[in-house]
Design a protein around this ligand. Sequence first.
Ligand code: HDE
Length: 699
Amino acid sequence: MDTTSSKTTGGFADATPGPGGEWHQTAGGDVPVLTTSQGIPVSDDQNSLKAGRRGPTLLEDFHFRDKMFHFDHERIPERVVHARGFGAHGVFETYESLSDLTSADLFQRAGEKTDIFVRFSTVAGNKGSADLARDVRGFAVRFYTKEGNWDLVGNNIPVFFIQDAIKFPDLIHAAKQEPDRGFPQAQTAHDNFWDFMSLTPEAMHMAMWIMSDRTIPRSFRFMEGFGVHTFRLVNAEGKSTFVKFHWKPVLGLQSVVWNEALKLNGMDPDYHRRDLWEAIQNGDYPEWELGFQLFDEEFAERFAFDVLDATKLIPEEDVPVRPVGKLTLNRTVDNFFMETEQVAFQTGNVVPGIDFSNDPLLQGRNFSYLDTQLKRLGGPNFTHIPINTPRCPMAHFQQDGHMAMRNPKGRANYEPNSWGGAAGGPREDPERGFRSWPEEMGGQKLRIRAELFADHYSQARQFFISQTEVEQTHIKDALVFELSKVETPVIRERVVSHLRNIDDDLAQKVADGLGLKSLPDAVAPARAVVQGLKPSRKLSIALNGPKSFKGRKLGVLVTDGTDAALLGELEAAAKAAGALVELVGPTVGGVTLSDGSVREPKQKVNGGPSVLYDAVVLLPSADGATLLTGEATAKDFVSDAFAHAKFIAHAKTAAPLLAKAGVEADEGVIALSKGGAEAFLQKCAALRFWAREAMVHAV
Ligand code: HDE
């Protein structure tokens, strides 16, 4: 089946015309006749076959049985983690030849284009959970290279909770719903999670990241991706270079605020998938640059942390990220299940020129990803599913198994054989084939961790001091929020004991936020905290935001009598800035503007809250504003935008609504008059008027 082109017919995706290019059976024109799954034309799909007018349904009704049997078996197990995800197709373009570093075919030629498929996801929530859960985001990329599939299965956070894959089942059990009650869903604000965390000091660096705004991205389009582990690049001469992979969004980083996330989950649980779908459908293709952080054994030796430890990162100030190519997402899927659900990423999918390191987390993943597909997709032939089929020639002797679509042709199904030439089938090629980098190995078999793995707090502290003041406050608020949901006091206190090794001021503020009577003693660190690590700008979202309002969305409140000229100017300015405008009104049926023209708002005000937008503009007429003062959701539209530190522009006529919402004028609240739209949009590039936040959050 071809998943690369859009279908022109509805119904079953395999509804291809017969050998003569004609439908065998048509219901008129190009409309095919409905058939059973065996191709038998169906005359009546509304009524089952019955004995007599009011009699029982007959077992003989093969059409009913065929339909119901298939429906009964539509579900497959959801992913044990990263169950909720959203995928899209795109292309990766290599900037320049990297043959000095790697023999990977996709990096040999400048301008080389490689098809890719990306799936973004949350980790803990089940398939039907909400997009804005506080959670790590998966950022899994498949490159369909000319020498096989390379899967870079990353996250939007460069470090991980644990150091050894053997702890992964414990971590995930603790994070997901508690087993006796089956809740809470898609959130870490519960006892089991923080119990595990507080008993696992290696998780403290990650704890800082997940309590930061990284776990509530505004959109998949505005977040980074990381391969997390150290990998190896190997060139044609067999020279190896260590590498860490980075994805950087061209539109800059952006997150929402926590109260906004909570509201978004109710108003639009599909907020992230809708955002990506709409951006691609509108031709506003999201882009990321792939970057390499390259280093050698000598750096690895001298670096203060172990490069095989996935709870550590290498600051970009120490090893800069070299951009090597650009990923553009330019096509939505044709079918969610066929592509997004059935895609089977595997960390073990590497191509010649790319190799693993000994990171014990990566080593464990290489087992898990292959193993899990067997359960999820039901058999070993999942590479026969189009989204998983390499887009390069394949030749091997694997055969049979459930749902085999392609068995090798001919007599030879083993090698060596005596059949010779093409009849003998494929042979290995020591030159072109994948060769593992011949690292020296030795020593005893031991269940231990290398010494530097015992450093649990140094980089947690570095992350914290790299944040802006607003971001530090958000981390504190998130910790207080999550731990306030923890019912067992000793767990709350244990977390604070760890925080004391990260930042004493943070520990004190969290203790105050939790109402602790006194500050608990610090946990004794297993290894001395490295002092003097410098802040790294790249670890902050706020310091890596966009340069313009491009790709962002304005919510504009309109009513009958809205100033048409002002709205027109705003829309033109937004278009020029590459931003989207969505109208919100008292009804979706239409509002009549001051010039008599009629516009249909996309949202009714109670379904279009300001949390859906990056900034808002209030353009009601005087009568419209008075009308809206009686509508609680219109008041919320304004008061939420204000509380979430958004830029608010307003016509003079909006004054009653601003008053009703309790808005106090500040530099983020802008009176809009003719000629002012462009300046307002320029201001919006800052995304939030953060100075307001401290004024509206007292506890
Ligand atoms: Fe995963 N992870 N993981 N993970 N992971 C899965 O594979 C696992 C880890 C990541 O969109 C599963 O196909 C182990 C780190 C993403 O389909 C499973 C360990 C990182 C996705 C699995 C980790 C990730 C998964 C579940 C610890 C970032 C979604 C379904 C050693 C670098 C891929 C599946 C998609 C999915 C195992 C840790 C990223 C069970 C054992 C670290 C993006 O195989």
